[in-house]
Design a protein around this ligand. Structure first.
Ligand code: 9GP
Length: 833
């Protein structure tokens, strides 16, 4: 670092090296200083909000010092960097994570206690950074944590939405969306008003001769929107490496507003341009596994991609290397197809601006990009109307056509007798209107394509991308099974369990090498250990029960079996199967005599998750869950035997309370539809077991933890197509137990019959696409097995410990090593100071 500082400043820098606080006294001093100077408040009215702000600023200072050094070192060493392009980063809260990653949480706890605060109350003041919908965005956040913790030179690039995912309120059992303005005080970002990029939209293209007389394309006219960088430091765990997440915010190029119009009294239109520009980064699209093809979304994508690539290219050019070295210095990972325009943008920069030949440019482009596919659901595969792309990005459409032409020519050469293949693989879909298929573009422009769990990676090779395997060979396609960061999802969310494990393994090293958990298996017969294990789970359930009481008013018994399904609400994730199962349980209990009921195991069914605002069926599912809850929870015959809870506004910080408190969690998607799932991993890592289908990462979880430690049910992916076909063309009989559930709903037991009729019709009359009826019987039977297993608490705890001991594979650190090795070809750059 020192050598990278120019002579005149080096001495001064050495003399004035500031060091971050280390003791609680120094921490307190920093808090007081920030309250009085940065916040301009006095200690006499320092409330929890002010204490949170000052604590965050103190930790931010800490991060900045390491961050500066990390960036200087990476630049000086000129090492290959990874750029992770994601439209979503579901970060959650930053303070707790920063405290733990720099190893000063206890110091802060003592300091805050001296100042009269409880650390949990201070942590609880922070607003979640909720710039994502679900698994895809949270995966990006876990990857950033792992990249920094493993010392990889890496940047994330995203959008700085003014409004993240909406806040969900439940009113009369219905979801209501409320905007989530989260930026009133955000100490974790640094506006870089000096780091801006002009991003062009619309306009036209003309061909002009360059100095060598060659014809080159010039994109002119249209409008410019300015991208302003906001940087968020990403601290690694137990390392000084602190990486950067750069989020772009949009603003108008012509200054704040049009003075001419303002002076002539036209106040509204004087700010119109400014408002239009700012709209781009205003709001996150709230769809999960669904693409709606809105122009503003495409604008967001290009705005973010253009700014990020400009930044990446600018950084590369500083190294003065030859262009062909670009892929040796830069790896760009496309998180889903949302950033696919980056492929076209880099090709454009190289040929139109830097003057490279097409072929060399294309070699550089494909050597640089990797593409991760996260879904096989057809409604989630992105396509853009050609006309829209033409209008917004005229030069890009030309380049897309050229990429497609060269690609199809080579396919034709390879398969001269197969005309159909050209239609199937073309980047342009010859539909009405014509569409650009973003996944095809992403495959053609990348050197590696990966799925996110074994089954999913096999499925993309045998279904949606089958032809591309023929064309490029199987090596273009690979699998990187998802993972989660054990820092947030064990150490932060479940501190007592983390400490118990550390005490048995002799250190916290397992947090950086999760495979070490396997040593816990030696302790499965240790009575004292099992007792502590069970006590921790119980305490976590008590904490969740308290939260449920505070937020819903319902008392739940922490000794009951806690059964949790929290994730986005989606028909393929089958919360409807769960709630139908709950109704079946309720009817079974109601039919019993009081004496029989006494013998039953009490259960709490907990749901949480948001529905996309335009997804009517998902909203009906939420409504049914709440309607069932209000009947069951007030039924005196039932009492504690069954409670049904819907937790409002599920998000990352709530997941940190919920995951450690489950006995069983539900991952019950129709086989072949959930690419991976990641909450399945979070629950098991916290000592909960799973009831699940043979889908996504459930399959690998089963392989790791063993069939005795998971409850699997339902049809297999390979049978789904035949079953669907039979529903449509054969006779479709509904499972008799499910039919009784439907009758009860239709009697009006849970209120509005009309509201729930579509949900029933989807199963009975419209082909039961998600196989709810086909899987119902084995689902119910498997729940009976869960009840039986839970009665034997001794055995249950053994299962829980064994499962945790075998979860080492699911660390996102393992994923990052696999990407680094198999896709990015990058090395870590540890700091030794
Ligand atoms: O639905 C998948 C989910 O299964 C996976 O765990 C997650 C991260 O890989 O990505 C989700 N996909 C999307 O959100 C949209 O493609």
């Amino acid at each position: 670092v020192e050598a990278s500082i120019p002579e005149p400043q080096r001495e001064a820098w050495k003399r004035s090296q500031t060091s971050a606080f280390k003791s609680s006294d120094e921490f307190e001093k920093e808090v007081v200083r920030h309250v009085e100077t940065s916040l301009a408040r006095s200690m006499f009215n320092c409330d929890e909000k002010a204490a949170y702000s000052a604590t965050s600023l103190a930790f931010r200072d800490h991060l900045i010092l390491d961050w500066n050094k990390t960036q200087q070192r990476q630049t000086y060493r000129d090492s290959k960097r990874v750029y992770y392009l994601s439209l979503e980063f579901l970060m959650g809260r930053a303070l707790d994570n920063a405290m733990l990653n720099v190893g000063l949480k206890d110091t802060a706890k003592a300091g805050l206690a001296d100042l009269g605060f409880r650390i949990e109350d201070i942590i609880g003041q922070e607003h979640d950074a909720a710039l994502g919908n679900g698994g895809l965005g949270r995966l990006a956040a876990c990857f950033l944590d792992s990249l920094a913790s493993l010392d990889f030179p890496a940047w994330g690039y995203g959008l700085r939405y003014r409004y993240g995912i909406f806040k969900q309120e439940i009113i009369d059992g219905y979801q209501v969306e409320v905007p989530d303005y989260w930026l009133d005080f955000n100490p974790w970002e640094f506006p870089r008003h000096d780091v801006t990029v002009d991003v062009q939209f619309f306009g036209s293209v003309k061909k002009v001769p360059n100095e060598q007389g060659k014809s080159v394309a010039v994109w002119e006219g249209g409008e410019i929107v300015v991208a302003v960088a906001y940087d968020v430091p990403i601290p690694g765990y137990d390392t000084p490496t602190t990486n950067n997440l750069r989020l772009w915010s949009s603003k108008a190029s012509g200054g704040e507003f049009d003075f001419q119009k303002f002076n002539s009294g036209d106040y509204e239109s004087s700010v119109a341009e400014q408002q239009r520009a700012e709209t781009i980064s205003n709001v996150l699209y709230p769809n999960d596994n669904l693409e709606r093809g809105k122009e503003l979304r495409l604008k967001q994508q290009y705005f973010w991609v253009a700014a990020s690539l400009y930044d990446i290219v600018r950084r590369f050019k500083k190294s003065k290397r030859a262009w062909r070295e670009f892929p040796e210095q830069v790896a760009i990972q496309l998180n889903d197809t949302h950033p696919t325009l980056a492929i076209v943008e880099l090709q454009r920069i190289l040929i139109d601006i830097e003057g490279l030949d097409w072929d060399l440019a294309w070699e550089i482009v494909t050597g640089t990009f990797g593409y991760t596919n996260h879904t096989v659901l057809p409604e989630a595969l992105e396509k853009w109307p050609v006309g829209l792309v033409q209008h917004l990005l005229p030069r890009h459409l030309q380049i897309i056509y050229d990429i497609n032409l060269f690609f199809l020519q080579s396919v034709e050469k390879q398969f001269p007798d197969d005309r159909d293949i050209l239609t199937r693989v073309s980047i342009i879909e010859e539909s009405q209107p014509k569409m650009v298929r973003m996944a095809h573009l992403a495959i053609v422009g990348s050197h590696k394509v990966n799925g996110v769990a074994e089954l999913h990676s096999d499925l993309i090779k045998t279904t949606i991308f089958k032809d591309f395997v023929e064309i490029y060979g199987p090596d273009r396609f690979t699998n990187v099974t998802n993972g989660i960061t054990p820092r947030r999802w064990l150490h932060q969310a479940n501190p007592r369990l983390s400490e118990l494990i550390a005490s048995k393994l002799g250190s916290h090293e397992f947090l950086k090498d999760l495979s070490q958990l396997n040593k816990l298996e030696l302790l499965v017969q240790d009575k004292e250990f099992k007792k502590e294990w069970a006590e921790i789970k119980f305490a976590n359930k008590v904490r969740l029960a308290k939260y449920i009481k505070e937020t819903t008013g319902v008392n739940v018994n922490p000794s009951a079996l806690f059964d949790v399904q929290v994730k986005r609400i989606h028909e393929y994730k089958r919360q409807q199967l769960n709630i139908f199962g709950v109704i079946h349980r309720y009817l079974t209990l109601k039919a019993m005599t009081p004496a029989e009921r006494k013998k039953q195991l009490p259960r709490v069914s907990i749901f949480g998750g948001k529905a996309a605002p335009g997804y009517w069926m998902a909203k009906q599912i939420i409504h049914l869950i709440n309607a069932v809850g209000s009947v069951v929870n007030n039924d005196e015959d039932i009492g504690d035997l069954l409670k049904v809870i819907f937790l409002e506004d599920y998000n990352v910080s709530k997941a940190e309370i919920i995951c450690p408190a489950s006995d069983i969690s539900e991952h019950i998607s129709t086989a072949g539809t959930e690419a991976s799932g990641t909450s399945n991993m979070k629950f098991v890592l916290n000592g909960g077991l799973i009831i699940g289908t043979c889908d996504g990462a459930n399959i690998e979880i089963t392989r790791e933890v063993g069939e005795n430690n998971i409850f699997l049910f339902g049809n297999l992916a390979e049978d789904v197509e035949d079953l669907r076909h039979a529903h449509t063309y054969g006779s479709h009989t509904i499972d008799p137990d499910l039919a009784k559930v439907f009758e009860e709903i239709q009697k009006g037991t849970f209120g509005s019959v009309h509201d729930f009729s579509a949900m029933i019709a989807a199963v009975k009359d419209h082909g039961d696409y998600y196989l709810v009826s086909d899987d119902f019987h084995s689902y119910i039977e498997t729940h009976t097995l869960v009840d039986e297993a839970y009665r034997n608490q001794e055995e249950w705890v053994v299962k829980s410990i064994t499962a945790v001991a075998r979860m080492g594979f699911f660390s996102s650190d393992r994923c990052i090593y696999e990407y680094a090795d198999g896709i990015w070809n990058v090395e870590p750059l540890p700091r030794r100071d």
